[in-house]
Design a protein around this ligand. Structure first.
Ligand code: CTP
Length: 130
């Protein structure tokens, strides 16, 4: 079994998220998705449109996602990799190089981002419409 892990907020779930998660699953055969809690997002200065439980519901419903866990801090990545026996750590290439220190524990891969879509773009449109 090749276990893959990835992290994100996945607010206003969009095709960029779907593509990233689908590509991540193709790096192995068991996909764990760590979703940032609302509290962790606030500490990062981010406020999502959807609450944590709603963001989890959407990601859990994807057939190629095997497990969803909560992300509460920057430093939990190392312990998650050890705890779940992760083989491949995946992030979109907007994070290129940022997690290279995790190469001590597993493979680290940055996958291409989908262009012209992001939660920030959708949030702006959403708030504009209101
Ligand atoms: N992602 C992607 N393509 C996009 C948007 C996101 O591949 N167009 C990837 C990110 O690189 C990350 C994962 O999806 O690995 C979760 O990203 P997240 O930050 O939750 O989504 P964004 O849409 O980038 O949100 P924001 O605009 O708030 O940064």
């Amino acid at each position: 079994m090749i276990k893959v892990i990835t992290y994100g907020t996945f607010d206003l779930f969009h095709i960029g998220h779907w593509n990233l998660l689908n590509r991540a699953k193709n790096e192995g055969n068991y996909l764990i998705v760590a979703i940032s809690s609302d509290e962790f997002n606030l500490r990062k200065g981010k406020k999502s449109q959807m609450e944590f439980q709603e963001r989890c519901k959407v990601v859990k419903s994807l057939s190629f996602v095997d497990k969803v866990i909560v992300e509460n801090s920057w430093k939990q990545k190392e312990s998650d990799i050890k705890k779940y026996g992760v083989n491949v750590f995946v992030m979109g290439d907007d994070w290129q190089g940022r997690f290279d220190d995790l190469k001590k524990y597993c493979q680290v891969k940055y996958l291409p981002r989908t262009s012209n879509i992001s939660s920030s773009i959708l949030k702006k449109l959403f708030n504009h419409e209101k």
